[in-house]
Design a protein around this ligand. Structure first.
Ligand SMILES: C[S@@+](CC[C@H](N)C(=O)[O-])C[C@H]1O[C@@H](n2cnc3c(N)ncnc32)[C@H](O)[C@@H]1O
Length: 256
């Protein structure tokens, strides 16, 4: 994706150095904001998105609005588990402390945060994301988000991320995991949330193939896929299914 780097208008002089640093890291042009509107910047630079430096971290602007890191429902899900509740993903993964989990579709890392909390310090969560902008914003959020309790922020800090597509990673790694997880973009979005629309236009929308799952099963005895339709999960070879009776989503499991 063709993107540029700039700052919000307020207090630009305090944000310029960070913008230059991100421009070096990401090898994308830094355009001084001055009084330009974001739409004008996109037009003049023929870019699809602007990565903005703000005092609270990265914020991405594109034709669909703003995207920034937030933990979504993860904190509520972790708190439910702490209060003795259950979580369908945790059940589908048969998750326990100490397990090694590969999340092939990191997104906002909301699922990864729940998984990281359960596997704890003795476990491992590695998240893959193929969108450079999403990866940058979410990696920053995982390292810096600080509004919640320490048990939650510690779980975020323990997640390791890699900017790569799952296909390349799975073909080249020799590393073994206890569970590999896929949550591809749904063809028809469930959420109408305003932060999901820009995420969608930044995200990779590839579907999961049986070949990819076959490769995943060479590296882990259990593969979990999140989808809307049970038939789709059956076609991918899933034999176990989890999720609430009235829930819009299902988790399918393939075992080695
Ligand atoms: C539906 S979101 C995942 C949401 C995530 N489970 C969460 O809890 O926030 C799918 C994400 O996976 C990424 N993605 C899709 N296909 C991918 C692939 N083949 N390799 C790496 N990332 C992929 C997309 O860019 C998007 O950010």
């Amino acid at each position: 994706m063709n993107f540029i780097i700039s700052t919000v208008r307020h207090n630009q002089h305090l944000l310029n150095d960070t913008a230059k640093k991100w421009s070096d890291i990401l090898q994308r042009p830094y355009i001084v904001r001055e009084n330009l509107t974001l739409d004008d910047m996109l037009k003049h630079c023929q870019a699809e998105a602007v990565l903005l430096v703000t005092s609270k971290g990265p914020k991405v602007y594109n034709k669909d609005g703003y995207f920034f890191y937030h933990p979504s429902m993860a904190k509520l899900r972790v708190d439910a588990l702490r209060n003795g509740g259950t979580d369908h993903l945790v059940e589908a993964m048969a998750l326990k402390a100490g397990m090694r989990v590969l999340d092939c579709t990191l997104g906002l890392a909301s699922d990864a945060a729940v998984v990281s909390y359960v596997v704890g310090k003795s476990g491992k969560v590695l998240g893959l994301e193929s969108s450079e902008l999403l990866h940058f914003a979410v990696q920053y959020g995982l390292r810096n988000y600080n509004k919640a309790d320490t048990y939650f922020t510690d779980a975020l800090r323990r997640i390791t991320t890699v900017l790569t597509d799952a296909e390349t990673f799975l073909q080249t790694t020799q590393e073994e995991f206890d569970v590999i997880y896929f949550d591809p973009m749904f063809q028809i979005p469930v959420s109408k949330s305003s932060n999901m629309k820009p995420l969608r236009s930044l995200a990779c929308e590839k579907s999961i193939t049986r070949d990819l799952l076959d490769r995943a099963l060479q590296l882990a005895p259990r593969v979990v896929i999140k989808e809307r339709y049970r038939q789709y999960l059956c076609n991918l070879g899933c034999t176990e299914f989890y999720g609430g009776k009235y829930s819009a989503i299902k988790y399918g499991v393939r075992l080695r």
